[in-house]
Write a protein that binds this ligand. Structure first.
Ligand SMILES: O=C(O)CCC(=O)C(=O)O
Ligand SMILES: [Fe+2]
Length: 488
């Protein structure tokens, strides 16, 4: 019941997020954080403690408390721009996270606790208050990363579960309302569609089809990898049919249904990072963080009329962020086989073979409209790319074709793009641009046409095994949702 969820949520905020001892720990910890935060002035930490007490004791003007917390978040954000993202000193991440959790607490207490006495007014927060709460805590996760302790991570997960519960409770309509009305989430189109459109865009012909195998067993797949046809090349890509049959995402919890995805994301309020622009090597490419609902509404369901750039939720660990979606899928057994070391010798292969073994496969979501393009690149892991919704054209080149594929190098700013090719396959093959442009591009990259490839259209429900180091170019033909499982 919402009342219980409300109570638990407020309790977590007051007991955990506003815990002065935890915040004081930040002040007194012997880490670099302390020194750096001290350098910017102990007042920052004092203010944090002061605001936390104000929330805990429900003293003062909460709007003002939120404003001061916004100032602290802005101070931390400024530092995020002063460093490459991965080098942002932990203290600024800590400040961002703690100030955000306090802001969340202030919003939650304000939205749900009406009186200043010990009894709850069991009020359901308004839509706007829910929007603001979810945004605040999701931004903290995305910008600052999850809290370092597993306790801290569990607390955040349970807060999202409670918010989900409160949301579900709030959309329960009285019995006499029709089910049709229940699904109404979108003001413009009235009702969310029950499934994403299946219409497609231009479809390249498959010229060198990759072999297919229906549900190989664990042993059969391991043998396939260990005893390749050509010893110089090693295991080749393989389309695996039937392996996703039992995934809830393909059966009772259909990811092809926008309404289902929205229901899992607190009514589409969860934030996701989106890549914008044709491909990540194009000029003008960028990223932004938007709500799941905005993404589905503007970039997936209505990509043309919105006149926006293509948006792609690409290479994002959505399942760490939303664990209930993780329950709709299963790591394919194939990821637990022991693949052979790279068969070819190259600096890239050397780098791959030095990577520490993963404890668990790395999961990533790839969700977007028709015509997202992942340019030709390699990854340092084997991959089972699983197609949950829609279809994709995929073209692969063996590692020993690398000289014909014009890998980029270290670019301005020191970013190593050695795993990404300079080639725009769509342009070179003539799918996307004029004949003249195609010719010109081929003159610039004369070896490209000699490179041997294999290709496929990965259909809904199929997986593609991509061996480590193989170049791949991926182009969605319809709305598409794939999950990649990287393993070694
Ligand atoms: O599906 C895509 O767009 C790219 C997938 C990919 O590159 C991968 O899973 O490694
Ligand atoms: Fe990849």
């Amino acid at each position: 019941m919402t009342a219980t969820a409300n109570r638990k949520l407020v309790d977590t905020c007051l007991r955990v997020f506003c815990d002065s001892e935890k915040l004081a720990g930040l002040v007194h910890s012997q880490t670099k954080s302390k020194i750096e935060l001290r350098a910017c002035g102990n007042p920052v930490l004092k203010l944090l403690l002061h605001l936390s007490n104000a929330i805990k004791n429900r003293e003062g003007d909460f709007d003002l408390v939120v404003q001061r917390l916004d100032d602290l978040i802005a101070l931390a954000t400024e530092k995020f721009y002063a460093f490459p993202f991965k080098d942002v000193p932990p203290c600024w991440r800590d400040l961002f996270r703690e100030a955000s959790l306090l802001k969340f607490s202030a919003l939650a207490v304000k939205g749900m606790w009406a009186h200043r006495n010990e009894s709850f007014d069991l009020r359901t927060p308004s839509e706007e208050q829910m929007d603001e709460m979810v945004k605040t805590i999701d931004m903290a996760l995305i910008m600052a990363g999850p809290p370092p302790s597993s306790d801290g991570q569990e607390q955040i997960t349970s807060v999202f579960d409670l918010l989900q519960e409160i949301h579900e409770e709030s959309i329960q309509l009285p019995k006499h309302d029709s089910p049709r009305k229940r699904r109404k989430v979108d003001g413009d189109t009235g009702v969310w569609h029950d499934r994403f459109p299946t219409s497609g865009v231009f479809e390249p012909s498959v010229l060198k089809p990759i072999s297919k195998w229906s549900e190989p067993s664990f042993d059969e797949f391991e043998k396939y990898m260990l005893h390749p046809k050509d010893d110089h090349i090693g295991p080749e890509p393989l389309v695996i049919e039937g392996a996703l049959k039992h995934w809830p995402a393909r059966t009772k919890h259909p990811w092809k249904s926008p309404a289902y995805l929205l229901s899992k994301t607190i009514g589409g309020r969860r934030l996701v990072p989106i890549e914008l622009g044709r491909t990540y090597v194009d000029e003008g490419w960028g990223q932004k963080i938007i709500t799941f609902k905005e993404f589905i509404e503007h970039y997936i369901l209505d990509p043309k009329s919105s006149a926006l750039a293509t948006g792609y939720l690409a290479q994002h660990d959505l399942f760490a962020q939303i664990p209930s979606l993780r329950e709709d899928i299963a790591i394919p057994d194939y990821c637990f086989t022991s693949p052979p070391p790279p068969h070819h010798s190259s600096p890239l292969a050397e780098k791959h073979s030095k990577l520490a073994p993963l404890d668990e496969p790395l999961l990533n979501a790839w969700f977007g409209p028709a015509r997202t393009i992942s340019p030709l690149h390699t990854d340092p892991y084997h991959n089972i790319l699983s197609q949950v919704v829609g279809r994709k054209y995929i073209r692969l080149y063996a590692p020993n074709e690398s000289e014909k594929l014009y890998a980029r190098g270290v670019e301005d700013g020191g970013v190593d793009m050695g795993n990404t090719s300079s080639l725009d396959i769509g342009l070179l093959v003539g799918w996307d641009d004029s004949e003249e442009e195609r010719k010109e591009a081929n003159e610039r990259f004369p070896l490209f046409q000699e490179a041997e490839f294999m290709d496929c259209i990965l259909e809904e429900g199929e997986c593609l095994y991509i061996p480590v180091g193989w170049w791949h170019y991926v182009r969605s033909l319809t709305v598409s949702f794939s999950v990649s499982f990287w393993f070694n």
